[in-house]
Design a protein around this ligand. Structure first.
Ligand SMILES: Nc1nc2c(c(=O)[nH]1)N=C([C@H](O)[C@H](O)COP(=O)(O)OP(=O)(O)OP(=O)(O)O)CN2
Ligand SMILES: [Zn+2]
Length: 147
C-alpha cells in the first residue's frame, strides 16, 4: 500500500555557470510529493494506515520544509553562491548550505536521502515549476526495470 502527501515551499537559488537564464538569482515555489510504502498497521490508534498523515507531515516539515522554506539555497562549492550567502547571513537572512548544484535532481536526491533515514520512503517528486519535476525512487519500490 502507498500513501502520498503534498508539500510546498518557496526558495531562492541560482545555478552558477548555467548557460541560460538560471545563472541569475531567482525563486521557485517548489511542490514536493512524498510517497511512503508499507503494510497497513493492524491494530491500535493507527490501524488501517501505512503511516499517519499527521506524522508524515511533521517529519517532512521538521527535516525539509522548515530548512528550505524562504531560504537562499546555495552550493557550498560555488564561490559566487557562497559570497551571496555570506552577505545574506550578515543580515541575518535565511540560507541553506547545499553540498552540490541546486538542481531539481540534486535537491530531490537530498530530500529522498534525508527522509529515508526516518521513514520508509518509496518515492519523492519535486516540482521546480508547474511543468518540471525530478523524481527519486527507492530501488526496492521500482515496479519495472531500470529503463
Ligand atoms: N534538468 C534540469 N534543468 C534545469 C533545472 C534543473 O533543476 N534541472 N533548473 C533550471 C532553472 O532552475 C530554472 O529556474 C528552471 O528552468 P525552466 O523550466 O526553463 O523555467 P521556466 O520558468 O521557463 O519554467 P516553465 O515551467 O516552463 O514556465 C533550468 N533547467
Ligand atoms: Zn531555478
Amino acid at each position: 500500500m502507498k500513501i502520498v502527501k503534498h508539500f510546498s515551499f518557496d526558495s531562492a537559488h541560482l545555478l552558477d555557470c548555467h548557460d541560460g537564464k538560471c545563472q541569475n538569482l531567482h525563486g521557485h515555489t517548489y511542490q514536493l510529493e512524498v510517497e511512503v510504502q508499507g503494510p497497513l498497521i493492524k491494530s491500535g490508534p493507527k490501524a488501517g494506515m501505512v503511516l499517519d498523515f499527521a506524522d508524515l507531515k511533521q517529519a517532512v516539515k521538521q527535516q525539509i520544509v522548515d530548512h528550505l522554506d524562504h531560504a537562499f539555497i546555495y552550493d557550498v562549492h560555488s564561490e559566487k553562491e557562497s559570497t551571496i550567502a555570506q552577505l545574506l547571513q550578515s543580515w541575518q537572512m535565511k540560507t541553506f548550505a547545499f553540498k552540490g548544484r541546486t538542481t531539481a535532481e540534486m535537491l530531490s536526491q537530498f530530500i529522498f536521502d534525508q527522509l529515508s533515514t526516518k521513514l520508509p520512503i518509496s518515492r519523492i517528486r519535486l516540482y521546480e515549476t508547474p511543468s518540471s519535476y525530478a523524481e527519486c525512487n527507492s530501488p526496492s519500490s521500482k515496479e519495472t526495470s531500470d529503463d
